[in-house]
Design a protein around this ligand. Structure first.
Ligand SMILES: Nc1nc2c(c(=O)[nH]1)N[C@H]1C(S)=C(S)[C@@H](COP(=O)(O)OP(=O)(O)OC[C@H]3O[C@@H](n4cnc5c(=O)[nH]c(N)nc54)[C@H](O)[C@@H]3O)O[C@H]1N2
Ligand SMILES: Nc1nc2c(c(=O)[nH]1)N[C@H]1C(S)=C(S)[C@@H](COP(=O)(O)OP(=O)(O)OC[C@H]3O[C@@H](n4cnc5c(=O)[nH]c(N)nc54)[C@H](O)[C@@H]3O)O[C@H]1N2
Ligand code: SF4
Ligand SMILES: [Mo]
Length: 871
């Protein structure tokens, strides 16, 4: 593929190029920014020296210019003068000075802390400055009012941590020849470093003819470009994966050697779900040759039995593999087809193609290491795993990769860290550490240390009840509505948002969220633009944007590693500050400077190089923090980074491939059984009143095909509504940016809700009809666009339609927030991982026209004349 060597300057105006990096999504493509002599940013393009994004950006990256010059930006600190609060209600901001604003915030937060620190609800979401997420820890507060990391990866992150100590995972684009994408946009439109991955995936297809198979209810960008699109009924991906696993096992298309040597699949499981151990806690396996039990590390062992039923000390037991095989007995593609609608013959064919492409038994030498080569991998993300039984779903997808031996090996499904530097502090590469009985230590907490169980609960979202999950922020709605039952003896009254839009991101009933915000004594927001949530604030603390600030980051890098510099391209346009400075000023006013510096040292890993440690009683700028992060990575100072822009290199093979070599991976998740029982004991001991209602069945050591409860909703909600991201859309947040609006609002995929024409005919609906989409929990309105590229049971709602009108006039009302359709309760939340269901059962009701409250305002409906079919 041709590499850009010279920046393509499209402006006649002379100026200079600066090295920096993007933050128009959570990731960090490297950029070059052109600034004219009169100080105007007029071009942003990819930095070709980075082997990751290789000179490429996505449309959002270029559109950062329009964010920078967006007239809607906050220009000074603001104080609310309108005491009335509500959606779309004008706060009647009045500009105030920084000292006054910070003193006000300091005073109000001090009141909260003196009263009860748990009354503070934080929502701090900047993925590029993860260290800010830790600020509430300075108050001993583990509350969290957002669905970030949890809507998308509530089950995904802890399960990656459990199974192979990773935060995320990606198919290895370097060697993969058969790439399954299930409910994720990797390499095409979303998820990990899209602009970078897109060119690597394209290259793999051009150079190696890599086959791409997309399992999706919707003809997504990836599906449209794939070799094969397999339409699937929403929320049935786990069943599809189990159907594949059934074929792989039944037809013996699995990598027995890998399962025996590198996983706990041969370990014997007793009737209680725990491994069978001797008096010293050592685990038994069965010797298939001598037909007798042995300890897992017995040097005399001839061959591990993967199958069979045995007896040890009078107790029946089976190898973990056999336990899975037992489950798969009920998961034939024909049985699974009833739920997934994927023809059994298709599942069987894909399983065989996948196993063939995996080349079980083959090897490759990389950097002097001989590694198993498995050029076939099953990739999945939010759409596939964002369901009630999410832990099981993630496990099922991972097991498909396990069966062919494609975990952390060239061509396979490989673990990705959140941020190497932060994870190194927990020991070894990433978070790799030896555990008991030859196994890798499970690492279910990737975002923060485990929150201890407490009764009554300290956290309104019950984080202490999720021993392996990601903060289920949405549960706050459920627990506060039933405060007595959940033992909540305090009512949160303060909200601190930074880089966050909880009224947008949280599932659940909007009116109930509005009531919660209305009940708050004080709300402060650190943001750059007005959004649904910060228009409720009492004080706005405006921050610099990405073109005015320093940072050093590399978030969830598949295939690459190394810090990317962000540096100011212009001085701040307005009277704004960096987030670092704002948190320092607030911390100082609360007497927490020393604590905050201690936390920053810990989460940034500065302990690894003591010369980088922050002194206890100083305030540091964004530049100083960035400099330390850069030095921690490669010892280079800011001058070096300013010159080079980044330290990005291909990921070191010893970190990327089998970093756990010599330890066994978790095929069978005994620790989930243990987590369940430990939690149960704690709940029993504390006499927690709802312990009998807790969904103990959600904790499974192996996945089963039990349907998610979304399938059990009343039958008249006969369709499944899904939502999706896309390459030009960051959450819903890039909407409002004129360049993004320009490409989004010309595309029927993003201006109307997509429905299959056959389904429409049955319901006497037509293209352009206005409908109310009703779930058992809420409703939104939309125009319909008919498309063959939609599963007949699916209703597809773009994130572009999920925004509602606010003070930011660039953002149009899209018909309501998709999340309004979703419940925020325990029934639809995985008790194991905290993942909420992200698919809603709905029915469509034709309306005579656009409801007046929506039509009257600034909405997408007014702009949709002459809309054609989606595909
Ligand atoms: N362009 C872009 N990239 C991003 C982001 C962004 O907003 N925009 N956000 C970042 C973040 S924080 C995240 S979490 C990731 C998310 O990355 P992805 O998981 O890739 O994104 P989504 O669009 O949420 O979901 C992926 C696909 O799942 C499909 N889907 C929905 N329901 C189902 C289902 O039940 N089954 C199946 N099989 N598919 C279903 C949708 O149609 C969609 O195409 O992307 C990250 N990168
Ligand atoms: N319906 C629906 N709901 C979802 C999702 C979905 O796809 N559909 N996705 C879910 C997922 S995966 C996630 S991770 C969450 C995301 O949820 P959020 O992180 O709350 O999403 P954003 O809309 O990106 O809100 C972030 C805010 O950060 C502000 N911001 C941008 N740049 C800066 C900056 O430099 N400094 C500061 N201080 N602020 C800045 C923006 O103005 C925006 O208001 O939402 C979840 N909820
Ligand atoms: S993928 Fe993300 S980081 Fe890369 S150019 Fe697009 S918005 Fe920027
Ligand atoms: Mo996310």
């Amino acid at each position: 593929m041709e590499t850009l060597t010279q920046p393509v300057q499209n402006s006649m105006k002379p100026g200079k190029w600066l090295n920096s990096s993007c933050k128009m999504c959570i990731h960090s493509c490297t950029t070059r920014i052109h600034v004219t002599e009169d100080g105007v940013i007029n071009k942003i393009e990819g930095n070709p020296t980075s082997p990751s994004n290789n000179g490429r950006l996505c449309p959002k990256g270029n559109a950062a210019i329009m964010r920078h010059y967006d007239p809607a930006r906050f220009r000074t600190p603001l104080r609310r003068t309108n005491p009335e609060k509500g959606p779309g209600v004008d706060p009647k901001w009045e500009p105030i000075g920084w000292d006054e604003a910070l003193d006000l915030v300091g005073r109000e937060l001090r009141k909260t802390l003196d009263d009860d620190p748990r009354k503070l609800m934080p929502a701090i979401n900047d993925f590029q400055k993860l260290f800010l997420w830790a600020w509430p820890a300075a108050l001993g507060n583990a509350n969290y009012l957002s669905s970030v990391g949890n809507f998308c990866g509530g089950g995904y992150h802890p399960m990656n941590g459990f199974i192979h100590a990773a935060f995320a995972a990606a198919n290895d684009v370097n060697y993969c020849n058969y790439w399954i994408n299930n409910g994720g946009g990797d390499g095409f439109s979303s998820h990990l470093h899209t602009a970078a991955q897109a060119n690597h995936v394209a290259k793999a297809r051009v150079e190696r003819n890599m086959r791409v198979v997309v399992i999706e209810p919707r003809l997504s960008i990836g599906a449209a470009k794939a070799n094969e699109w397999v339409p699937i009924r929403p929320a049935t991906d786990r069943q599809f994966a189990l159907g594949l696993a059934h074929v792989l096992v039944a037809e013996k298309l699995y990598d027995a050697k890998f399962l025996k040597k590198d996983t706990n699949a041969p370990y014997l499981v007793g009737p209680d779900g725990y491994f069978v151990r001797n008096g010293e806690g050592k685990i038994y396996v069965w010797d298939a040759v001598d037909n007798r039990a042995r300890l897992w590390d017995d040097p005399e062992l001839n061959d591990f039995a993967l199958e069979g039923t045995y007896t040890i000390d009078g107790k029946p037991c089976r190898p973990a593999f056999q336990k899975f095989k037992d489950i798969l007995g009920d998961c034939s593609p024909e049985q699974m087809e009833k739920l997934t609608t994927v023809p059994a013959a298709t599942t069987r064919r894909i399983a065989r193609e996948f196993a063939k492409a995996a080349q079980i038994g083959s090897f490759i030498e990389i950097d002097g290491r001989v590694l198993p080569l498995r050029p076939a991998a099953y990739n999945y993300y939010r759409g596939a795993q964002g369901h009630k039984y999410s832990a099981m779903a993630n496990h099922a997808f991972k097991l498909v990769n396990f069966l062919v031996g494609a975990i952390d090996t060239p061509g396979g499904h490989v673990g990705v860290t959140l941020d190497d530097q932060m994870q190194d502090i927990r020991g070894g590469f990433g978070a790799i550490r030896p555990g008991e009985n030859g196994m890798l230590q499970t690492m279910p907490h990737q975002l923060h240390p485990e929150v201890p169980f407490s009764w009554p609960p300290n956290e309104t979202h019950l984080m202490g009840f999720f021993p392996i999950g990601v903060d289920p922020g949405h549960l706050t709605q459920h627990t506060l509505a039933n405060a007595d039952k959940f033992g909540l003896d305090y009512q949160p009254d303060t909200l601190l948002m930074c880089h966050s839009n909880p009224l947008w991101n949280l599932p659940g009933d909007r009116e109930q969220w509005y009531d919660l915000l209305r009940s708050m004594r004080f709300i402060v927001a650190i943001d750059i633009l007005p959004n649904e949530s910060n228009e409720w604030a009492d004080v706005i603390l405006p921050s610099h944007d990405l073109l005015e600030s320093w940072n050093m980051t590399m978030i969830e890098p598949p295939h690459h590693e190394g810090m990317c510099l962000r540096q100011p391209a212009t001085p701040p346009l307005y009277d704004t500050k960096s987030e670092e400075e704002i948190f320092y000023e607030i911390s100082e006013r609360l007497g927490l400077l020393e604590t905050w510096n201690g936390i920053l040292n810990f989460v940034n890993g500065f302990h690894q190089k003591p010369e980088l440690l922050l002194e206890p009683n100083r305030k540091y700028s964004d530049r100083e923090i960035a400099e330390r992060k850069g030095k921690l990575w490669n010892g280079q100072g800011l001058d070096w980074y300013v010159e080079h822009g980044h330290a990005v290199t291909p990921r070191r093979p010893d970190k990327w491939y089998r970093p756990w070599d010599g330890m066994r991976l978790h095929f069978y998740l005994e620790d989930i059984v243990r987590a369940r029982d430990t939690l149960r004991q704690k709940m029993e001991a504390a006499d927690v009143p709802f312990r009998h209602e807790w969904e103990w069945g959600d904790y499974q050591p192996l996945p089963t095909a039990v349907p998610d409860p979304v399938h059990l909703e009343p039958a008249d909600f006969d369709l499944y509504a899904i939502t999706f991201k896309d390459i030009q859309i960051n959450f819903g947040e890039s909407i409002g940016n004129p360049w993004i609006n320009d490409i989004v609002f010309k595309d029927p995929v993003h201006t109307a809700v997509l429905l299959n024409p056959k389904t429409a005919r049955e319901k006497r609906l037509d293209d352009g009809d206005v409908v109310r989409i009703e779930s058992p929990y809420g409703a939104i309105v939309a125009k319909l666009a008919l498309s063959e590229g939609v599963h007949p049971d699916a209703v597809c709602v773009s994130n572009a339609l999920s925004r509602v009108a606010t003070q930011n006039t660039g953002v149009r009302h899209g018909g309501g927030n998709f999340n309004q359709l979703l419940p925020a309760n325990l029934r639809h939340t995985d008790a194991c991982s905290g993942q909420p269901e992200t698919v809603a059962r709905v029915r469509l009701i034709k309306l005579a026209g656009v409801p007046t409250d929506v039509a009257a305002g600034n909405s997408v409906f007014g702009k949709m004349s002459g809309m054609g079919r989606a595909h």
